[in-house]
Design a protein around this ligand. Structure first.
Ligand code: PMP
Length: 365
């Protein structure tokens, strides 16, 4: 294992994401007027009124421990997605589940395989287990099945695929996922992180759940942080074959999902109208943004998520664009940490944000 992976790292410096700067109506940095946070792929419509009501109702239960099995939420997810309740596990965000899965599978010196621009949590989880991280190139910002398979060796225990991927917004087809699963040697599990799957144009996009029910080595993770707009509450769930669920349950902290979070998640699952509105907004504005951003000279990567990755032309700095947008109240995520210093990832907003974004970027360029 890489000793450096366990060395303490410097804490991130407070930056333009200081909370006062992006909560609308709060005192903002000078020159930043009513800023909007489009950096975290959160739900621009907030959260379901039913979820907010359920969250508020938890005020009378603050002295109680939550149901450690999250049974009401378990039943709700089971009914909504037609999945057996015993194949589900709930976590403090899907982040926690990613960590738990890594702990189940990895011994020191084992490795995970992921894509070049993979979501950072997989590598953090692997390092926490003294595991190694092998990253396959993503030509054209697409995950390639053969590239992943090339890196699988006798110490590989997990392959992580985000579908659609963050920060690129690209995706693997059901056929590609099946080919990847079928080619994995015994003892290697495929984790399909479907955090953004609801935003895809194809309403049956999440074939991961179908695949996971057919085979023994596929785990699907989902979250309430994106479509449901409950990122602050930290709720995620995973579907996996029972032996994997049992192994995760043996190491899971007993009260990992709190009461307000469980109640709000259940209420949100029941609010079809909020979900449909949120999905419709993304599906409506995504093609418009792709076309407009391409039209002003940015390199736009086609996306199936609620964000769009854009590359800047030679001579134009993404970091300067980020600061320029911040001065217009548009808080964006730079991607230097992902190895993409010439790109920005823009969360799709409401109409006014999207129009302001295109206008600001056109002015910058
Ligand atoms: N997976 C991906 C690909 C994500 O982008 C995120 C959130 N940024 C997560 C998982 C984590 O979600 P959660 O809030 O459920 O921990």
């Amino acid at each position: 294992p890489d000793a450096r992976a366990r060395a303490p790292r410097p804490l991130p410096k407070p930056g333009i994401l200081d909370i006062a700067q992006y909560v609308p109506g709060k005192s903002a940095a000078e020159g930043v007027v009513d800023p909007v946070k489009l950096s975290g792929n959160e739900n621009i419509l907030g959260s379901s009124p039913k979820a907010r009501e359920a969250y508020a109702s938890a005020i009378d239960q603050l002295h109680l421990y939550p149901d450690g099995r999250a049974n009401i939420l378990r039943e709700a997810v089971s009914a909504t997605f037609k999945l057996p309740p015993q194949n589900l596990v709930f976590g403090c965000g899907s982040d926690e589940l990613i960590h738990l899965i890594a702990q189940v599978f990895l011994e020191p010196g084992d490795n995970i395989v992921q894509a070049e621009y993979a979501f950072g949590a997989y590598a953090i989880a692997a390092r926490a287990c003294q595991g190694e991280v092998r990253s396959a190139p993503e030509p054209n910002f697409r995950i390639e099945v053969d590239g992943l398979l090339e890196l699988v060796d006798e110490r590989t225990r997990l392959v992580f695929v985000t579908n659609p991927a963050n920060p690129t917004g690209t995706f693997l087809t059901g056929e590609e996922l099946r080919r990847l699963q079928a080619a994995l040697p015994p003892g290697v599990a495929l984790v399909i992180d479907a955090a953004y799957c609801e935003f895809a144009d194809d309403p049956n996009f999440d074939i991961g759940l179908e695949l996971a029910q057919e085979v023994e080595n596929v785990i699907v993770t989902r979250t309430f942080s994106k479509l449901h707009g409950l990122a602050a509450l930290r709720v995620g769930w995973a579907y996996a074959p029972e032996p994997i669920i049992d192994a995760v349950e043996r190491i899971r902290a007993p009260f990992n999902v709190n009461i307000p979070a469980q109640l709000a998640a259940v209420a949100s699952l029941g609010d079809e109208e909020f979900q449909q509105k949120s999905i419709a907004l993304v599906r409506q504005w995504r093609p418009w943004l792709v076309q407009q951003l391409g039209g002003i000279g940015l390199d736009v990567i086609p996306s199936q998520a609620n964000f769009i990755l854009v590359g800047f032309p030679p001579g134009k700095s993404a970091a300067e664009a980020e600061a320029f947008l911040a001065r217009r109240g548009l808080i964006i995520r730079g991607l230097a940490g992902y190895g993409l210093p010439n790109h920005l990832r823009l969360t799709i907003g409401r109409e006014e944000h999207n129009r302001a974004m295109v206008e600001a970027l056109a002015d910058f360029l």
